[in-house]
Design a protein around this ligand. Structure first.
Ligand SMILES: CCCCCCCCCCCCCCCC(=O)SCCNC(=O)CCNC(=O)[C@H](O)C(C)(C)COP(=O)(O)OP(=O)(O)OC[C@H]1O[C@@H](n2cnc3c(N)ncnc32)[C@H](O)[C@@H]1OP(=O)(O)O
Length: 176
């Protein structure tokens, strides 16, 4: 992360601490309630510049016998960490994500995910993620990511027609 950082300020219209945050997109693999095969993460704004979510580790998420698949864990981090930019302004997309897998994460447990903005420089937002199984002092995974703020309309202009929600997006339905 660079030394010279911008001052962080919560966006006046963002969710209050403890409030459920709106999904990125109703069919987002991470947080979309209408995603047919998604994680269906419910995300809550935290204090400061943080977001929290809980994810039951279900059988279909299995990688090695009885434990979560690394890609599922990475997806969960991506989405929870990718929600933090909403706290300060325009949406951002993942440019870089790295995950440290510290402990096996058993099927049947509930994974607690916490993401926090560490700093921002121009459009770059540096975010840290931590996951635990109920005891915050015993993390089972950590992540660091770089999210880059975008103009959502321009960024998705060539792609919305491929969305499950294309009709709504192309019809100009109010954006999430
Ligand atoms: C109408 C429809 C409405 C839809 C309403 C829904 C909205 C909801 C959206 C949110 C959704 C989130 C969902 C969860 C998070 C995902 O999973 S996002 C999906 C995965 N990510 C992607 O698809 C992003 C693909 N990559 C890109 O599109 C482009 O590379 C980026 C990231 C936008 C950057 O491109 P760019 O805008 O041309 O910017 P660029 O000048 O290259 O980079 C800006 C800065 O970042 C730095 N940078 C860029 N990439 C990197 C990198 N990999 N490593 C280090 N530094 C980097 C650059 O060096 C530059 O730094 P400075 O010069 O400012 O120091």
């Amino acid at each position: 992360m660079p030394d010279e950082l911008d001052v962080l300020e919560r966006h006046p219209k963002t969710s209050e601490p403890g409030e459920l945050m709106r999904p990125h997109n109703m069919t987002c693999f991470g947080c979309g309630p209408e995603s047919p095969h998604g994680l269906h993460l419910e995300m809550y704004a935290g204090e400061g510049f943080s977001v929290d979510a809980k994810m039951p580790v279900q059988q279909w998420m299995e990688g090695g016998p009885g434990v979560i698949h690394g890609g599922i864990l990475s997806s969960a981090f991506d989405d929870v960490m990718g929600m933090t930019p909403r706290l300060i302004g325009p949406a951002a997309v993942t440019a870089h994500l790295q995950v440290d897998f510290l402990q096996p994460i058993p099927v049947g447990k509930t994974l607690h995910l916490h993401a926090e903005i560490l700093g921002k420089q121009r459009r770059k937002i540096y975010v840290e993620g931590v996951a635990h199984l109920g005891d915050p002092d015993r993390p089972v995974a950590r992540a660091n990511g770089l999210f880059v703020q975008i103009d959502v309309r321009a960024h998705f202009a060539d792609h919305v027609e491929n969305s499950a929600k294309a009709a709504e997006y192309l019809g100009g339905k109010p954006q999430l």
